[in-house]
Ligand binder design. Structure first.
Ligand code: BES
Ligand code: ZN
Length: 429
């Protein structure tokens, strides 16, 4: 059987997901790890017992059993010594690892691609962007979106709010021919609410897609399907849409041309069970769109009385992409005094799970909350207002920094800024 590159990639992503995501791997159970002999021999784990294997292209590999601390060491080694992420794959049983090894050619491709996109070398683009993040812009978007009676998926207000987001994003595109905004309506159970997608076409690698998303709908617990329910949804998740809007503004105001295609998404009907994002992720999987990294931002604006600023969700996300995200945080946010922690939802709590379910690598970030609650307790109530979360968008600033770092380092920068009517040089790798 021959697999196309895309099929190999999809298979690899599925394998990465099954093996490396926190959703499957119990943190303290030993794992059966496959890595290259070269990686192992240069690490401090080289003296552990291991089995030799070779893939069909002749690459020397090692299979060994590692506890959680040893796996952590290997991750650190790959990050710091080899300057990349991924680099090994972990399985719950030896049998699964051996099955994986049997697919030698695909494994070779996997080891090559694991390090492909995940490196940090675009500070020249990202650092100047971070200086431009403006709290007042984020606050204004939250204020506007929470001024609707609701953004409920089956209410006219929910469709009006989606259209406002589409028009706002379109205006930020400034008429550039490589920027498009669409309403995604191929969702059978999203009622009248579209999802909104702004695409910046990649200049060098247009078939590789980065997604940054947040849900645009809101809901009030106990209101049933009442179309006039009062559900301001300032934190959940006007804040995520507002952060994305600021990220789009800055990237495009600077004339950025990404190498890879980037899609910013406002999802419909998340509160009804991830409906909008599931429809998109299923559609992308069906038509073979090669999504190489997804960031979900859900609830970014509540921080009170805690020393950290940022949560990475640890379940239903992709292990290597999460590891890379932490490296990004270390590179761009730690020097600015920001601190992150891990937290698990324990269930499919937001749209990142739709991408994970469909075999795409995703991560999810959310606010730190307060000492007694890891997120704003007013979610899904009439108190989810801007005033309720403190009246400023200060807490969202690190999420805008992270969003900018994520797109700058995953989509990279093509040579030349975009000038309409003038075709800037296109880089091919
Ligand atoms: N924003 C919440 C999820 C969330 C809660 C993220 C706390 C971070 C911290 C999301 O909109 C939501 O309400 N999700 C539902 C599940 C969904 C599948 C309907 C939930 O958590 O109950
Ligand atoms: Zn939410």
């Amino acid at each position: 059987m021959t697999m196309s590159f895309l099929q190999v990639r999809r298979w690899l992503l599925a394998a990465m997901l099954a093996s490396a995501s926190g959703a499957h791997a119990a943190p303290d159970r030993p794992q059966f790890v496959v890595t290259s002999a070269e990686t192992l021999s240069s690490s401090s784990l080289r003296h552990l017992p291991s089995d030799n294997a070779t893939d069909s292209l002749g690459t020397a590999l090692k299979l060994l059993e590692l506890n959680a601390a040893q796996q952590h060491l290997l991750t650190e080694h790959v990050h710091h010594q080899e300057g990349r992420c991924g680099g090994y794959f972990a399985f719950d049983s030896r049998r699964e690892a051996e099955d994986f090894l049997a697919n030698g050619r695909a494994l070779q491709a996997m080891l090559a691609t694991a390090g492909m996109a995940y490196n940090i070398d675009n500070q020249g683009t990202v650092e100047p962007w971070l200086l431009q993040v403006t709290e007042a812009n984020i606050r204004a978007t939250i204020a506007h979106l929470s001024s609707y009676q609701n953004r409920y998926y089956a209410s006219p207000h929910g469709a009006t709010a989606a259209n406002w987001i589409a028009n706002t994003w379109l205006a930020l595109g400034g008429g550039r021919s490589d920027v498009q905004v669409e309403l995604f309506t191929e969702c059978s159970n999203c009622s009248t609410q579209p999802s909104v997608i702004l695409t910046v076409q990649g200049a060098a690698l247009p078939d590789e897609v980065i997604v940054v998303g947040a849900h645009l709908d809101s809901i009030r617990s106990g209101a049933g399907s009442e179309p006039e329910q009062f559900a301001p949804g300032a934190d959940d998740d006007a804040s995520g849409i507002a952060v994305i809007t600021e990220v789009i503004r800055i990237a495009l105001a600077n004339g950025w041309r990404p190498q890879r295609t980037i899609k910013f998404m406002g999802y419909a009907a998340e509160e009804m069970g991830l409906r909008g994002s599931r429809a998109i992720a299923q559609n992308f999987a069906a038509i073979g769109i090669d999504v190489v990294g997804v960031l979900q931002l859900d609830m970014t604006n509540y921080r009170s009385g805690v020393s950290h600023h940022f949560h990475f969700i640890s379940d239903r996300v992709n292990g290597p992409l999460l590891a890379f995200s932490k490296t990004l945080f270390d590179a761009y946010l730690v020097p600015r005094g920001f601190v992150h922690r891990d937290i698990s939802c324990g269930y499919a709590c937001s749209d990142h799970a739709s991408w994970t379910e469909n075999g795409f690598p995703s991560v999810m970030a959310s606010e730190p909350g307060s000492p007694s609650n890891s997120f704003y307790p007013g979610l899904h109530t009439a108190s989810d207002t801007l005033a309720g979360v403190g009246g400023t968008a200060d807490a969202s600033i690190p999420f805008a920094y992270f969003g900018l770092a994520f797109i700058g380092e995953l989509a990279k920068t093509s040579s030349g800024t975009f000038l309409d009517g003038f075709e800037a040089t296109t880089l091919r790798e």
